[in-house]
Structures are given as structure tokens and as C-alpha cells.
Design a protein around this ligand. Structure first.
Ligand code: NAP
Ligand code: ZN
Ligand code: ZN
Length: 349
């Protein structure tokens, strides 16, 4: 065991504060990683405040991790000492069930081991995330970071990137498709970049008029504010796909109205409270409402390689870990352009 520095929430009501945690001794298939950067996902806030229920404390959030490999076990082949490594939302799974064999470990029948707010597959050892100096992970759940991507800007790909890439791929988004992205935050800005890179005509639907210029710079051809009823009339029946990244409750029915017949809306945003769904919003036009949860390890590597080839990464604001609580408050106000990334050097001191 090695004691390492971290930031943790002691309870749903406590701010994050410095602490120490233990990392296991690396086994033959493990990598030891010195963490360089950790992105701040809105899921970190939902979980640190126990908004989804069942949270485990103390909690060290962080599942958008990029670090440097400092040691490898004897059986490791994927990465070498000195390589950059990424770790996303999962650190293990049963590996033998149907979903694990089909490369969707996030749906492991035993429940995968999430990077934090979870346990290892022994179901007793708590897992702790990337707001810490070091991590030990099985190579199977580590990702290669393509050369040429800035490591800080690549960190958010490990969650925001894969969470938006996966549904765009699954829905077969192709040149000329009209894709609406609801909410221009961490996930939303990656959805815009990725959908535009696939040739889609992207429209951003935002509560913040001030984000219009950014939306266009990120690759959107359209921008509409959602607090104006005229938006819903103007775009009615026009979109092939809607990717909804909003973190707070809102009216899904209104956005379903923007789909063309047989179009698909995918929820990736995970508001804690339920929203009423009107059957007629789906029946008229045989529309589809789906959801998507991160992506499997193989698809995450595919996404990283895709981004590496095209120079796609996140727009980041790098902060010292001492500012993490302020960053949470700013995110809750929609004041982030477009992902906070913690420089973990600030935790080494
Ligand atoms: P974020 O950076 O805070 O972005 C969320 C955006 O939603 C905001 O920037 C804002 O965009 C919009 N928004 C916020 N509150 C709103 C409200 N009350 N009404 C309308 N729009 C609002 O968060 P994120 O990190 O992208 O995460 C977004 C959501 O996805 C969270 O719920 C998170 O837990 C979830 N998530 C899901 C997965 C998955 O696998 N499905 C993975 C990661 C995250 P505008 O200013 O443009 O309106
Ligand atoms: Zn996330
Ligand atoms: Zn499994």
C-alpha cells in the first residue's frame, strides 16, 4: 500500500478538502500512474453531493484522468514506463459476462468497478478517483493517449469525449445529418466538435445567448436559445438527432418536437429528478428516445485514436486543485468554457 495525497468530500454537504488515501501495490497486470491532469465532470458534482443516491464517502471524484506510467507489472504489454496513460469512468469489470465480452463493460452484469464512488470487483475495497496524485489500474482499463494531443486537453475525452462519441457513432451520424446539441457545457462542446467532425450540420440549443460565438467556433452552423418559444417553432420537425447533455430537469417533450419523423433523441445528461413524458411526443412521427452511458474500453480507445488523427480535444480552463470547490460553483452557473481540468502538480506541493 502507498499513501497518496487526494481531495475528498467527507459527506454530501462537505466541500472537497485535502486528505490521504491508499493505493494498492501494483500486481503483474497493473500500471502505476502518476496523475498529471483530472477533468471535472458534472457527474463529479452530482455524486459528491449524493444527488443520484447511494453515494460512498469519503469520496475522491475524478474520472477524466491523464497521467504518466511510472511502473508496470511483469505481464503488462499495453503501455510502458514513461508513456502517457488515460483512465476514464471504469477501472474493472467481471470480464466474462455477455456485456464484458461484447466490449460494453459499463453494462457488466456484476456491475463494473467505477473509478470512484464504487468498489473494486471484490465488492469491498472502495475506489478513489483522479483528484489524487497516483493511481494503480489494470492495464485492461488504461487507455493510450495519442501523441500530438495536449495531455490536459485530452483528459476530458475520457468521459465527455466518449459519452458523446458513442451515441453519435451508434446512431450512424453522417455528412449532412442535422444534429441538435442541447446544453453547451463539457459534454455539449465535445458533442459539437465530434458531430461536426462527422460532417453533421450542428445546431446548439442553449440557455446562454453569450455562448453563440463559441458554438460557431466549435463547429456549429446553427445556434438557438431555449428560453425563447420561437426556437421550438422555428426548428420543429427539422433535426435527425438530438443529443441532450443538460444536467438539470427540463422538458424532454419540447425537444422531441424538434425531431423529424423517426428521428432519435439521446439523453446523456443525468438530472437527478424525473421528468414527465407525453406519449404523443413520441407517437406522432414514431420518434425514438434513447439513453447512453459512457462507452466501453475498446470504443474509448477508438474515440481517442479518432481524436488524435483529427486533433480534436477539449477546450479547457486549467485550475489548481485548491480551486476545485469554486470550479464546482462556477459549473453550476454554466460558467465554464468548456471544461475545468485540475493540474495535479498543485497537489504534489
Ligand atoms: P456541464 O459542463 O455543467 O454542462 C451542462 C450544461 O447544461 C450547461 O453548460 C448548460 O448549458 C446546460 N444547463 C445546465 N443547467 C441547465 C438548466 N437548468 N436548464 C437548461 N440547461 C441547463 O456538465 P457536463 O459535465 O457536460 O455534464 C452534463 C450532464 O451529463 C450531467 O448531468 C452529467 O452527470 C451527465 N453525464 C452523463 C454521462 C453519461 O454517460 N450518460 C457521462 C458524463 C456526464 P447552456 O449554458 O448551453 O444552457
Ligand atoms: Zn463524467
Ligand atoms: Zn461483466
Amino acid at each position: 500500500m502507498k499513501k497518496v495525497s487526494a481531495y475528498a468530500a467527507a459527506s454530501p454537504k462537505s466541500p472537497l478538502a485535502p486528505t490521504t488515501i491508499e493505493r494498492r501495490d501494483p500486481g503483474p497486470k497493473d500500471l502505476s500512474i502518476e496523475i498529471l491532469y483530472a477533468g471535472i465532470c458534472h457527474s463529479d458534482i452530482h455524486q459528491a453531493r449524493d444527488e443520484w443516491g447511494g453515494a460512498r464517502f469519503p469520496m475522491v471524484p475524478g474520472h477524466e484522468i491523464v497521467g504518466r506510467v511510472t511502473a508496470v507489472g511483469a505481464e503488462v504489454t499495453k503501455l510502458r514506463v514513461g508513456d502517457l496513460a488515460g483512465v476514464g469512468c471504469m477501472v474493472d469489470s467481471c470480464r466474462v459476462c455477455g456485456p464484458c465480452r461484447e466490449d460494453v463493460e459499463q453494462f457488466c452484469e456484476s456491475g463494473c468497478a467505477f473509478t470512484y464512488n464504487s468498489t473494486e470487483m471484490d465488492r469491498t475495497t472502495p475506489t478513489f478517483g483522479g483528484y489524487s496524485t497516483d493511481l494503480v489500474v489494470d492495464e485492461r482499463f488504461a487507455l493510450r493517449i495519442p501523441a500530438g494531443l495536449d495531455p490536459a486537453a485530452a483528459a476530458p475525452l475520457l468521459c465527455a469525449g466518449i459519452t458523446t462519441y458513442s451515441p453519435l457513432k451508434r446512431l450512424g451520424v453522417k455528412p449532412g445529418d442535422r444534429v441538435g446539441v442541447v446544453g453547451l457545457g463539457g459534454l455539449g462542446h465535445m458533442a459539437v466538435k465530434l458531430a461536426a467532425s462527422m460532417g453533421a450540420e450542428v445546431t446548439v440549443l442553449s440557455t446562454s445567448r453569450a455562448k453563440e460565438a463559441d458554438a460557431r467556433r466549435l463547429g456549429a452552423v446553427g445556434f438557438e436559445v431555449t428560453n425563447d418559444e420561437a426556437t421550438f417553432q422555428k426548428l420543429a420537425g427539422r433535426l435527425d438527432v438530438v443529443i441532450d447533455t443538460v444536467s438539470a430537469p427540463h422538458d424532454y417533450n419540447a425537444y422531441l418536437g424538434l425531431l423529424r419523423p423517426r428521428g432519435t433523441m439521446t439523453l446523456v445528461g443525468a438530472p437527478p429528478e424525473p421528468t414527465a413524458l407525453n406519449a404523443f411526443a413520441l407517437i406522432g412521427g414514431a420518434k425514438r428516445l434513447t439513453g447512453s452511458l459512457i462507452g466501453g474500453i475498446a470504443e474509448t480507445q477508438e474515440m481517442l485514436d479518432y481524436c488524435g488523427e483529427r486533433g480534436i480535444a477539449s477546450d479547457v480552463e486549467i485550475i489548481p486543485i485548491q480551486d476545485v470547490n469554486k470550479a464546482y460553483e462556477r459549473m453550476l452557473r454554466g460558467d465554464v468554457r468548456y471544461r475545468f481540468v485540475i493540474d495535479i502538480a498543485s497537489l504534489r506541493g
